[in-house]
Design a protein around this ligand. Structure first.
Ligand code: AMP
Length: 430
């Protein structure tokens, strides 16, 4: 399938060619014709599949094709996203793909001034890319009019629900006119997502790229059991032995990210940190340094890393497992994109055994376990409850039970012992 078989206009095809894309990704070739047909869409696709272009390209075409109902420019397309990073990236795609016939767009997200956004809206944005909380503020203040919205996109809907946005989303939906086209993209399909989709979508076309709750098949996954206090040492060794050249490293908290960065810095490893307390310029600089290869490890919390546009990332390291199993899928979706084989490495201590089991249950298979020689877990260390000192959108995580729990042992059939730094790079399919 090539791009010119999808029904896109010549100017959009030129914009796609300018972006250097030779062929559509599966989500693009499947979704674009449905969207151009005016159908509602339910798409199962995670970050890295090319899902953004799958809705931005046909959305631009539909907006170009029809003329607004009134002479005045009004918001005609609304894209709801979970984070400001993703909002900025989606709007960037709008600009890139719309370069040959620009449509005015605006981003709306919290943590920045309200009034510049009002000015931007007043100047006649036809496409608005927004996080739900700040958008609702604008709705309540009467600074945005959503009564002319023709196309609604919920991007990374599962993530928005995980972050507790469901109420805001429902309040926003009440302000939208009937008879619009609705597109819902989600990496995973919980019952809550199904409920939202059932109420929102009218006989939707369905596209499923990553199968239900399955991590990207391009990503090899491995768990390295390690003692709680030796994770940093192990990570340093993986980097210094060149087993890991460059990686996005996830911690659960902002405090944990800062502390890890300081320690790795002392080990002589180039690191940058990206989390909710970092200003936008700091985040942009960290990402630029990482992309340019000036930084070996980009340490990030869940929310901050969401939607980061990083191509060809070979490694994702879960320095700490996420509290919410679906976040694991999102995290490892950062690698294995655009044909690059990715490896997702999880450093798992005895406290995290139950979380690992939850993740494996959701994946429907076990993750291969590899003990790195010299880092064999000490079996006398007892599990401790996990405390989230600085929450980062983790409020929905289940509280971990306090008190002793039996020490975690990896499944025997998968336990392996290899030379330091060696990977089990097979795909987990059991
Ligand atoms: P997304 O899943 O939308 O976050 O896109 C993931 C990455 O794939 C982005 O860096 C896009 O620039 C890139 N991409 C999108 N469509 C294509 C395509 N057809 N061919 C190659 N890369 C693409």
């Amino acid at each position: 399938m090539s791009f010119d078989q999808l029904g896109l206009s010549p100017e959009l095809l030129r914009a796609v060619a300018d972006s250097g894309y030779a062929d559509p990704t599966p989500v693009q070739s499947e979704a674009i014709p449905f969207v151009l047909d005016g159908r509602d869409l339910l798409a199962g696709a995670q970050t890295g599949t090319g899902k953004t272009a799958a809705f931005v390209l046909p959305m631009l075409q539909l907006l170009h094709q029809s003329t607004p109902t009134s002479g005045r420019r009004r918001v005609r397309a609304l894209v709801l996203v979970p984070t400001r990073e993703l909002a900025m990236q989606v709007e960037q795609s709008v600009r890139t793909y719309g370069a040959r016939r620009p449509i005015r767009s605006a981003t709306i997200f919290g943590g920045v001034g309200f009034h510049p956004q009002v000015r931007n809206l007043r100047s006649g944005a036809e496409i608005v890319v927004a996080t739900p909380g700040r958008l609702l503020d604008h709705v309540r203040q009467g600074t945005i009019d959503l009564s002319a919205v023709e196309i609604l996109v919920l991007d990374e809907a599962d993530r928005m629900l995980d972050m507790g946005f469901i109420r805001d989303i429902r309040l926003i939906l009440e302000r939208l006119p009937a008879g619009r086209q609705n597109l819902l993209f989600s990496a995973t399909f919980s019952n809550d997502i199904r409920k939202l989709a059932d109420g929102l979508l009218d006989r939707p076309a369905q596209v499923q790229i990553a199968s239900r709750n399955t991590a990207s098949e391009l990503v090899a996954q491995v768990v390295h059991p390690v003692d709680r206090e030796r994770k940093r040492e192990l990570l340093s060794q993986l980097v210094l032995s060149r087993t890991i050249d460059q990686a996005l490293v996830f911690t659960r908290t902002k405090h944990g990210a800062n502390r890890l960065a300081e320690q790795l810095d002392r080990d002589g490893i180039e690191v940058a940190v990206i989390h909710g307390n970092k200003s936008q310029p700091q985040r942009i600089r960290a990402l630029a340094d990482f992309k340019a290869g000036r930084v070996t490890l980009l340490i990030a919390t869940e929310v901050a890393a969401r939607g980061l546009d990083i191509d060809a990332l070979p490694h994702v390291v879960n320095y700490e497992l996420p509290m919410v199993p679906s976040d694991y899928v999102h995290r490892i979706g950062r690698t294995g994109r655009a044909g690059v084989d990715g490896i997702a490495v999880s450093l798992v201590c005895v406290d995290e055994g139950p979380m690992l089991r939850d993740i494996e249950r959701m994946l429907g298979h076990a993750i291969p376990v590899e003990v790195i020689a010299g880092f064999e877990p000490n079996r006398n260390i007892r599990p401790e409850p996990i405390r989230l000192r600085t929450g980062q959108g983790q409020g929905q995580g289940r509280p971990r039970a306090a008190g002793p729990r039996p020490a975690w042992t990896p499944p025997r059939r998968q336990r392996r012992r290899t030379r330091p730094g060696a990977f089990v790079a097979n795909h987990a399919t059991s």
